[in-house]
Design a protein around this ligand. Structure first.
Ligand SMILES: Nc1ncnc2c1ncn2[C@@H]1O[C@H](COP(=O)(O)OP(=O)(O)OP(=O)(O)O)[C@@H](O)[C@H]1O
Length: 368
């Protein structure tokens, strides 16, 4: 099988009509057989990227390559790409079988062949025996599976999924996350999944593209993005974070408010203003004066697995703490953390410079 990226975007921009671009010079490459997620807030351009890949719309500038060939002008029905829509877009007047068979009938495939393919697709999504059911008799999760079966029955190279789980309740949604991930691995196809739910993206993806305002802000594995967010936006969007302003004093030393801390970052300019991230679960509760800083406990909530404390240091910075230990509201406690728990983010750093900087560290950022 070729090592060519299955999809490549080269300087792709998109404007609808004469309006401002909704995508700005997008560049990325996708490998065959992986689970990709486009993650970002509403309106950042995720669905527009899917529509461009599906061929429902064309780029205003730039080129889209499928298996090394430019496909800008290839119509949607000639692309080996199928979409699962948020509302499933099933035909209510057709039963499960006919919904899945629809595309094959249009292609004038023989009945016997259609039958084999529909049954195989139903087996893949664990719906054997549901052929005759009406769509109205199916639950949300089952409709979802019919929509997926319809997308895979044509044996496309790429499956696009536009917020396909958003209509499901939390429990079913979690179950479907497992199912979808498992299905993708069994099929070995490239999945491109759109969501604005960061937990979903972290749980399911081989690689995440975090988007904001029509741009890809950061791409990487879920662990990379969680552990080393490139900037304040990503840190804030992916999981709960403490984000404070700091100043680099020297290599491996950062000042936050009136205190200095050891960190693992180097190569920044002394005196440079930075954003500093420490995840709430990386802060450890100690007795007063036994940690790296003292904080006053403002509020405490029980979150099931852990307590969530909102605390303030002497400089007025808020520090959110996730801990299995509790503390007394109004008391002063110590907080401890490892130098590796401090993540330094330069203001306005490009993704290339950010990756180069992390690679140069002696203590690798992801602990490998
Ligand atoms: N057909 C259209 N005509 C004009 N503007 C559009 C059209 N489709 C989308 N837009 C605009 O393009 C921007 C990106 O939309 P897109 O649907 O790609 O975002 P999204 O990240 O998928 O958002 P959501 O999560 O809300 O679905 C939005 O500002 C939207 O209003």
């Amino acid at each position: 099988m070729s090592n060519e990226p299955i999809i490549r975007f080269e300087n792709v921009s998109k404007s609808y009509g004469t309006n401002e671009p909704v995508l700005h010079t997008i560049n990325f490459e996708l490998e065959r057989g992986k689970f990709y997620t486009l993650l970002g807030p509403s309106g950042c351009g995720k669905t527009t990227i899917l529509r461009l890949i599906a061929g429902f719309i064309q780029p205003t500038e730039g080129t889209i390559h499928l298996n090394g060939k430019v496909i800008n002008n290839v119509p949607a029905n000639n692309r080996q790409v199928n979409t699962v829509f948020q509302d499933y877009a099933l035909f209510p007047h057709l039963n499960v079988y006919e919904n899945i068979a629809f595309g094959l009938r249009i292609k004038k495939m023989k009945s016997k062949e259609i039958d084999a393919k529909v049954k195989e697709a139903l087996r893949f999504v664990n719906l054997d025996g549901y052929e005759k059911r009406e769509i109205s008799e199916m639950s949300g999760g089952q409709r979802q599976r019919v929509a997926i079966a319809r997308a895979i029955v044509n044996d496309p190279e790429i499956i696009l999924l536009d917020e396909p789980l958003s209509a499901l309740d939390l429990k079913l949604r979690t179950e479907m996350q497992y199912e979808l991930r498992e299905l993708q691995q069994r099929l070995g196809k490239t999945f491109i999944f759109v969501t604005h739910d960061q937990e979903e993206a972290l749980a399911m993806s081989d690689e995440i593209f975090v988007m904001n305002h029509g741009q890809i802000v950061q791409s990487g594995t879920p662990l990379d993005i969680y552990d080393e967010p490139i900037n304040r936006f990503v840190a804030d969007f992916i999981g709960e974070s403490n984000i404070v302003e700091g100043i680099m004093i020297a290599d491996y030393r950062v000042q936050i408010g009136s205190k200095e801390f050891e960190c693992v970052d180097k190569g920044l300019t002394p005196g440079e203003k930075v954003d500093v991230v420490i995840r709430p679960e990386d802060l450890e509760i100690k007795a007063v004066n036994q940690g790296k800083m003292n904080v006053r406990v403002d509020t405490q909530l029980f979150r099931g697995v852990h307590y969530e404390l909102s605390t303030y240091d002497e400089d007025g910075n808020e520090w959110l703490v996730h801990s299995t230990r509790k503390a007394e509201v109004g008391s002063t406690i110590g907080l401890d953390f490892d130098p590796e728990a401090i993540h330094i983010m330069r203001l306005n750093e490009s993704e290339e410079d950010f990756d180069r900087r992390l690679e140069s560290y002696e203590v690798p950022a992801n602990g490998n």
